[in-house]
Design a protein around this ligand. Structure first.
Ligand code: SF4
Length: 374
């Protein structure tokens, strides 16, 4: 059994119809409820809920403060490689893009880390493309071993792996894995992932199951907004989240909200998601789930990120570089996508503090693992 069994009980077109036929009355009824369920989430992300965003935002803010306090967690991505054997129509690292490929050596990884540590980070997200010969499990494990002593929290966003591979990496100190389905629309997924291992929709769909079975501490989910209707994709993401929480209840979860950003040979979004839509979605997630971490990257604009911390967002990145060696080794190499918020870590820190929030650099210690097993 895996999420695939649950996924197959739902039909995209039926869900779409259900979401678009919601009325203002339905929304008002849901907003009176104390406990928001998955069915209610459908109502809250509907077009009919748009006039109620302010009400949703206030409730989302109150829940988030009660559960997380006035805190925002900071993390930074470090791209280790832009080599990739997949073709993804929306990505600058796609195999068919004629860019110079680069994978960081040990010395280069340590140089990047030296730069990142000076900025104050203790949570790091390692990112690679999918090239199993050069950046396979042994490369990722080696990179984690190399930097483990310098970070209390190491996450990865790499190709989906087998359960045993995740077990190996967890033993090395891996804390979390982000694996976005991109879109839950099977046919559209195929269009955007025509070649390479990533074209296997089912293997990707069941990746969080393999992570849960491997005993990972945290799984990050999400869809790439722009490929399909964001409302239906978000319903499936929420369905996935609820299934995982029930099945792997010891694991923590986070949701991210990537919207398509410009890149070399760029793809225009099929379905536009406006800033208002994104606010609505963030609030709907928080109303559905008090505990899930909601994360916002530098893909979003300064203004949007400034406001987002009152909406339910609990972690953000800053000063991100989306190219391998982008911090100090090769700042000029090609990025995976252009970031939107280019402020420094220091500027983001002040923005957060000026709004009465505390910046959290570290909320996890490897010693917790030992404590929980005693
Ligand atoms: S999205 Fe990931 S798998 Fe697809 S081309 Fe880009 S780096 Fe490769």
């Amino acid at each position: 059994m895996s999420f695939k069994n649950t996924f197959e009980k739902y039909d995209w077109d039926t869900l779409e119809k259900e979401i678009y036929k919601v009325t203002a009355k339905d929304v008002e009824k849901v907003l009176l409820k104390e406990k928001i369920k998955l069915e209610d989430f459908k109502t809250l992300i509907s077009p009919a809920a748009k006039p109620y965003i302010e009400q949703m935002a206030q409730r989302s803010n109150a829940i988030t403060k009660k559960r997380f306090g006035n805190t925002i967690q900071m993390y930074i991505p470090m791209y280790l490689s832009n080599e990739c054997q997949n073709i993804c129509t929306y990505c600058g690292f796609s195999m068919d893009n004629g860019i110079r490929r680069k994978t960081l050596s040990d010395a280069e990884i340590l140089k990047e880390v030296e730069h990142i540590k000076k900025l104050g980070y203790d949570h790091i997200l390692l990112v690679t493309g999918e090239a199993n010969k050069t950046v396979g499990v042994s490369y990722i494990k080696h990179a984690i071993d190399l930097i483990r002593s310098q970070f209390s929290n190491i996450s990865i966003e790499v190709q989906p792996l087998d359960q045993e591979d995740y077990e190996t990496l967890i033993t090395s100190g891996l804390y979390a894995v982000l694996v976005y389905q991109e879109t839950y629309h099977k046919a559209t997924y195929k269009t955007h992932h025509p070649k390479g291992r990533k074209s296997n929709f089912d293997y990707r769909l069941d990746t969080p199951d393999r992570l849960g079975k491997a005993g990972i501490h945290k799984i990050g989910l999400g869809a790439l907004f722009g490929l399909e209707d964001w409302r239906v994709d978000s319903f499936y993401t929420a369905l996935h989240l609820k299934y995982l929480q029930k099945t792997y209840w010891k694991t923590k979860y986070s949701i991210s909200f990537p919207r398509l950003r410009p890149h070399q040979g760029g793809l225009a979004p099929k379905v536009e998601m406006t800033d208002t839509d994104l606010v609505q979605l963030i609030c709907a997630y928080r109303l559905l789930d008090e505990d899930v971490e909601l994360s916002l990257s530098t893909r979003e604009s300064e203004i949007f990120r400034n406001h987002s911390i009152h909406l339910g967002i609990t972690s953000i990145s800053a000063e991100s570089k989306t190219n391998p060696g982008g911090y100090s080794v090769e700042p000029e190499s090609l990025e995976q996508f252009e970031i939107s918020d280019e402020r420094t870590t220091e500027q983001i820190k002040h923005m957060i503090q000026s709004q009465g929030y505390e910046v959290v650099w570290k909320d996890w210690s490897k010693s917790y693992v030992n404590l929980s097993s005693t």
